[in-house]
Design a binder for this molecule. Sequence first.
Ligand code: DAK
Length: 276
Amino acid sequence: MGETWFPPRDRGEAEEGGRLSVSVAFDAGVAVVTIDRQDALNALDLPTLTELRDRLRELADDAGARVVVLTGAGEKAFAAGADIKYMSGLDVGEAKEWGALGHEAGRLLETMPKPTIAAVNGFALGGGCELALACDLRYAARTAKLGQPEINLGIIPGWGGTQRLARATTLGYAKELIFTGRVVDADEAERRGLVNAVFEPADLLAKTMEVATLLASKSLVALAAAKAACNRALQGGHAENLEAEVASFGKLFATEDAKEGMTAFVEKREPNFVGR
Ligand code: DAK
């Protein structure tokens, strides 16, 4: 991590006995969002999830955040899921609202016009795995454990896991994990495409920041277009998606960054992108 860290800023209302449970720190255009409820393995209760959603809303619109990294505090957990103690008291209406809040956090990670990366530093179970799945890229510590064990609680993944796990891996593998509740280690997760790469725990954040910093140096307008186009890949019609890709490709030729990128190549120099 570089020396340009700023202290976590304005974290809203949610506090745990005086402690803030979601922090945001900036390093060279990368916003690192850390879920911090270590006494509950970073499980997400209502204040924590609300706070996470609020921070993600802000970062989606924050030009200073070129890339967003999501991780968990401590060495044990990314997030051990939705807080089961909190969830056990919900009625049907409250459960739907709770589900909607998790969906909103997931959709923000999935659709904000900038790359999002999960640094899975330990348990990513249930809702924790679902948040990681909503990110564009996932890197894991060798000690991480991932899974959708909701079936063991008599429920199902409720924050997009039934859809995104199948899209990230295969429908058969997603059904196996969701039906059995089996938790897998990082190496298996990598083999099955659930995570992009696995690192030693001590290296995870630095390796993730390497990728994040690289992405932060690219044309943000081109990255946003690439994300939106790639997001269509597993939905809708193939022909329409190809049309959308070519339309988006064409529009980029009106940007300063496209002119700069191609001119820099011709002039044999590094491009200096401005994000428009
Ligand atoms: N919720 C609340 N507390 C949790 C927690 C969780 N998910 N996971 C761990 N903790 C707490 C433990 O209760 C314990 O607290 P104390 O007893 O010390 O007060 C503390 O964290 C340390 O945990 P352990 O003592 O259990 O630690 P171990 O190392 O022995 O075990 C473990 C680690 C991760 C294997 C174990 O804690 C575990 O199995 N945790 C539960 C994992 C899990 O089942 N996660 C999925 C949660 S369900 C929906 C909305 C959302 C969802 C579904 C539907 N709709 C509204 C449609 C999402 C559901 C989920 O995410």
